[in-house]
Design a binder for this molecule. Structure first.
Ligand code: NDP
Ligand code: 8X3
Length: 250
C-alpha cells in the first residue's frame, strides 16, 4: 500500500502533537512543523526520520516556510494532507483594552500564515487529489467577551475553508473546517502569557475536549472514502453550550 504524507503545522503541542502521533501510528509519514525545534526533534527521534520530518521555523516567516518546502526530503515531498493547525489566541481583554501587537500576531499566524501555507501547497495537493483540514474554532461563530480578533481570525478560517471548497470544485481535493470548543492544551497558557493557575482553573471540572479527541477526528476525516467531504464540523465538550445575548440598561 502507498504510504501517505501529511503536513501538520503546530506539531509541538496540543492538537498538532497528538495528530502527529495518530497519523504516524496509523502508518503515514508526517512533516511536523513549529518553532520549538527540540520538541520536533524528539518526535523524529521517537518515530524515526523516515516517518517524521521535523521542520522548525516560525510560520509567519514566509522565506523560512518556502525554504522548508524546498528542502523537503524526496519521500516527504508529495503531500496528501495539509493540517493547518498552528495558531493561537493572545489576551482576554476587551477590544478597547487589548494590545495591538497581540492582535497583529494572531492575524499574522492564524490568517496570513495559514493562507500562505495553503497557497504554496495547493498545486501539489491538486495533483495528488489530497485534502486540507483547517483548525478553526467555535470562537469564529459565537462571540464572547475578549474573543475580538481571535474570533475574527477563526471566522476567516471557516469561511476560507468553504470558499476553498468552491474554488476546488471538480479537483477531488477535500477541504474541512474543524471548529472545536473548549479543549485542554497549552492554548490557555499561551493566551494568558504563562498563567498556569488560570489555565487549570478554566478546565477544572469541565471535562474539556482532549488533544486526542481532535487527533481522532482528523484521522477519521482523512480516512473517509474519497467521495465524502466533511465541510465543517463543530465540536464542544458536553459541559459547554452557547449562552445567550446581553442587554445593557441605563
Ligand atoms: P497549543 O498552544 O497547545 O498548540 C499551538 C501550536 O501552534 C504549537 O505547536 C505552536 O508551536 C504552534 N504555533 C503557534 N504560533 C506559531 C508560529 N508563529 N509558528 C509556528 N507554529 C506556531 O494550542 P492548541 O493545540 O489548542 O491549538 C491548535 C489550534 O487549535 C490553534 O489554531 C487554536 O486556535 C485551535 N483551537 C484550540 C482550541 C482550544 O480550546 N485549545 C479550540 C479551538 C481551536 P510553537 O510554539 O512551537 O511554534
Ligand atoms: C478556542 C476555543 O472558546 O476558547 O478556540 O475560543 S475558545
Amino acid at each position: 500500500m502507498t504510504v501517505k504524507t501529511a503536513w501538520i503545522t503546530g506539531a509541538t503541542a496540543g492538537f498538532g502533537a497528538a495528530t502527529v502521533e495518530r497519523f504516524v501510528t496509523g502508518g503515514w509519514r508526517v512533516i511536523a512543523s513549529g518553532r520549538r525545534a527540540e520538541r520536533l526533534q524528539q518526535l523524529a527521534d521517537r518515530h524515526g526520520a523516515d516517518k517524521v520530518h521535523a521542520a522548525a521555523f516560525d510560520i509567519r516567516d514566509e522565506a523560512a516556510l518556502r525554504a522548508a518546502v524546498a528542502g523537503l526530503p524526496p519521500d516527504f515531498a508529495g503531500i496528501d494532507l495539509l493540517v493547518n493547525n498552528a495558531g493561537l489566541a493572545l489576551g482576554t481583554a476587551p477590544a478597547q483594552q487589548a494590545d495591538l501587537v497581540q492582535w497583529k500576531q494572531m492575524i499574522d499566524t492564524n490568517v496570513t500564515a495559514l493562507a500562505t501555507v495553503t497557497h504554496l501547497l495547493l498545486p501539489g495537493l491538486i495533483e495528488r487529489r489530497g485534502a486540507i483540514v483547517n483548525i478553526s474554532s467555535i470562537a469564529g461563530s459565537y462571540p464572547y467577551r475578549g474573543g475580538n480578533v481571535y474570533g475574527g481570525t477563526k471566522a476567516f478560517v471557516s469561511q476560507f475553508s468553504q470558499n476553498l471548497r468552491t474554488d476546488l470544485h471538480g479537483t477531488g481535493v477535500r477541504v474541512t473546517s474543524i471548529e472545536p470548543g473548549m479543549a485542554e492544551t497549552e492554548f490557555t497558557l499561551v493566551r494568558t502569557s504563562g498563567d498556569q493557575a488560570a489555565s487549570d482553573q478554566l478546565y477544572a471540572g469541565a471535562h474539556p475536549i482532549t488533544a486526542g479527541d481532535i487527533a481522532d477526528t482528523i484521522w477519521w476525516i482523512a480516512n473517509l472514502p474519497p467521495h465524502l467531504n466533511v465541510n465543517r464540523l463543530e465540536l464542544m465538550p458536553t459541559s459547554q453550550s452557547a449562552a445567550g445575548l446581553q442587554v445593557h440598561r441605563d
